[in-house]
Each structure stands twice: as C-alpha cells, then as structure tokens.
Design a protein around this ligand. Structure first.
Ligand code: NAD
Length: 251
C-alpha cells in the first residue's frame, strides 16, 4: 500500500476524476475526506469506499467559500488527526467562451472555483504540513493549463494560473518537505460537460483546436498519476506539471 495511514482531502470528489482519486487513495490505505457541493453524491461515494473496506468521511464544502474550505480542513483534522495530502480537483468549465463573449460573472465564477479555491485550500493546509515537515499537494489542472487552444478564455486563464500556483508553492516550500505538483489531463469521461454553462463556443474551439485529441479516457487514468504524485515514488518530483493526455499537448 502506497498511502498507508496517510490522510488525504480531495475536493470535487463526489464525481469523475476526484471520485476516482478518492477511491484509489483509499485502496492504497489513505483515510480520505471527500469534499464536494453535492451532498447525495458525497454520501454515495463515502459509502462505496467504506463498504469496500476503506476509510472515508464526507463534507459539503464549496471551495469558493473560505469558511467552508476551513471546515473541510477542520473535518480532516477532527476525523483523522491531520492532513498529509491535499488534492485540489474541483473545477468547472466556461462554455469555451472567447474573450469577445466572456461575461464578468462567468469569468469570476470559473476563476473562483478553479484558481482561488485551490489557493485558499493550500493556504489553510500549509501550516499543518509545515508543522510536520512534510506534505503533498496535487492540483488538477488541464491541457488548457499548458496550451492556449484547449479551452475557453476563462478556463484557460484559470488553469494557467493554477500551474503558476503549483510552481510557486512547489518552489517556495521545497526545503520544508512539502511538494506541490499538477496534472494536466486531456479529455476524461466525467460529468464536467453536463455542468458546463452552455457550449456556444464549442464550434470555434473545435476549429481552433485542430490537433489530434484522443477519445476521452476513464478517470482512473488520471487517478494513477495522482497516486504517483501523492506517494513517495515521486519524492524528487516537485513544482512539475505532468500531462496525462495521450500526447495531445505534445503537438
Ligand atoms: P465532474 O463535473 O465530473 O466533477 C467535478 C466535481 O467538482 C463535481 O462533483 C462537482 O460537484 C464538484 N464541484 C464543482 N464546483 C465545486 C465547488 N465550487 N466546490 C466543491 N466542489 C465543486 O468533473 P471532472 O471532469 O471530474 O473534473 C475534475 C477536474 O478535472 C476539474 O478541475 C477539471 O477542470 C479537470 N479536468 C477535467 C477534464 C475532463 O475532460 N473531464 C480535462 C482536463 C481537466
């Protein structure tokens, strides 16, 4: 078991990539806090893990609300005593909007969930990790965090910001035993497009993308990379962005 007795928080863990990460981490021995907006889906995910012999607790936490992010970290400490691993996974899309059509409220929502949320979750978790002299942060970015033609303008900007956040934290805390890395997935079979605002920019996106894109993959393909980054197998990997996209961004 690669994460025996580690305590992990995974945001947006009631669905898709986050759920797959929570399940895999639990199989590898971690005690997992499943944080999400969706209470029913949290209960289902927690029950599945506990029934399979793992250990999970759930909390309804909107990563855009500072007090709820604090409650999420408190939940891990109350239930399991600490936080060893933070996975900032919760994210939303932006309807592939171009700069011409992006509205301030959508821009702010996408930045709040995809960038400010991770910043606050890291800010609240870092003191616990500093006190222990160890900790691992994994941010779920996107191919749109590496190149400019893989998403709308708000999503692309937020994910590029998340890559910057990853590198800054990774670099600044390297000597404190804390690692911070990001995964940049390509297409994954999840619910994210269902929650997408509306897809008016999709036509432009497809024309602009112009590169080979693999068929969307099972979320487990991202979870296995997250496991590598969360475990000691990657102890010399820090401040890195690992593309998990079948070569999409290699073009
Ligand atoms: P998903 O919609 O299946 O799951 C996202 C989860 O996050 C949902 O359970 C949702 O309730 C939760 N969530 C949304 N806003 C939240 C908030 N404010 N606070 C707490 N939870 C919130 O999507 P997914 O595809 O699994 O996405 C997970 C991450 O992977 C996202 O950061 C996304 O940008 C990234 N990603 C996904 C793909 C893809 O093709 N699916 C590709 C690249 C990157």
């Amino acid at each position: 078991m690669k994460l025996q007795n580690k305590v992990a928080i995974v945001t947006g863990a009631a669905s898709g990539v986050g759920k797959a990460i929570a399940e895999l981490f639990a199989k590898e021995g971690a005690k997992v806090v499943i944080a999400d907006l969706n209470g029913d889906a949290i209960s289902a995910a927690v029950n599945e893990i506990n029934q399979a012999g793992g250990t999970a607790e759930g909390i309804v936490a909107n990563v855009t609300k500072e007090d709820e992010v604090q409650a999420m970290v408190d939940k891990a400490v109350d239930a399991f005593g600490t936080v060893d691993i933070l996975v900032n996974n919760a994210g939303i899309m932006d309807g592939f909007r171009l700069i011409e059509t992006i509205q301030d409220d959508l821009w702010e929502r996408v930045l709040a969930v995809n960038l400010t949320g991770p910043m606050r979750a890291i800010r609240k978790t870092i003191p616990l990790m500093l006190a222990k002299g160890q900790g691992v942060i994994v941010n779920i970015a996107s191919a749109a965090g590496i190149s400019g033609g893989k998403g709308g303008v708000a999503y692309t900007s937020a994910k590029h910001g998340l890559v910057g956040l990853t590198k800054n934290v990774g670099y600044m805390y390297a000597k404190s035993g804390i690692r911070c890395n990001a995964i940049a997935p390509g297409g994954v079979k999840t619910n994210i497009a269902l929650n997408n605002i509306d897809m008016d920019g999709m036509q432009v996106f497809q024309e602009g993308a112009g590169t080979q894109r693999s068929e969307p993959v099972d979320p487990l393909q991202i979870a296995t990379v997250a496991l590598f980054l969360a475990s000691d197998d990657s102890r010399f990997v820090n401040g890195a962005v690992i593309a998990a996209d079948g070569g999409w961004t290699a073009y």
